[in-house]
Design a protein around this ligand. Sequence first.
Ligand SMILES: Nc1[nH]c(=O)nc2c1ncn2[C@H]1C[C@H](O)[C@@H](COP(=O)(O)OP(=O)(O)OP(=O)(O)O)O1
Length: 170
Amino acid sequence: MALPDCLQPKLFTLVLVTDGRRVLLGKKKRGFGEGYFNGFGGKVEAGETIRDAASRELLEEAGIAADSLTHRGTLTFLFDDRPQPWEVHVFHSDSYTGMPTESEEMAPQWFDYDSIPYQQMWADDVFWYPLLLKGSACFRGTFHFVNTHTLVKRDLSEVPCLDGVDYKLC
Ligand SMILES: Nc1[nH]c(=O)nc2c1ncn2[C@H]1C[C@H](O)[C@@H](COP(=O)(O)OP(=O)(O)OP(=O)(O)O)O1
């Protein structure tokens, strides 16, 4: 697919909740990434901040409210078979209220840090999850996919944490 001169990315959120030794993932039951384990998130809607969108999706998909969400990463996904790049804002929460509950979209499950099912996850996850789980560093990455799922090129680095995710989409 030929790329146009400039591209407007589509904005998404992704929230990883941890309890100190485990991470809460959900098995995606429908839609994009069905069958993969992933964090909780989705499209940012008009009129909400990226952070608000992350909180909303965590509640909708896992039934829990994050006590605080720390912005940790910005990932850009480029596809040969989709017209728009995806810009995914990754948040971390180590404390939440409520009980993780299955929703129409996700079935939540805890995994020890050393048992994360990378074989059943997006191919980029094995590269950046360790950065998120090991401490407080922030990161930025670009991942190129062919046929939606095959990772062919990647670029990932730690960057200063700049929490500029509180503007609203119009
Ligand atoms: N390569 C990738 N690696 C990853 O870890 N997460 C990815 C990913 N590509 C997309 N995601 C995440 C971002 C977002 O949380 C989710 C995709 O969002 P969805 O399509 O589920 O959006 P919505 O929940 O808004 O959708 P609907 O409610 O079905 O309209 O998958």
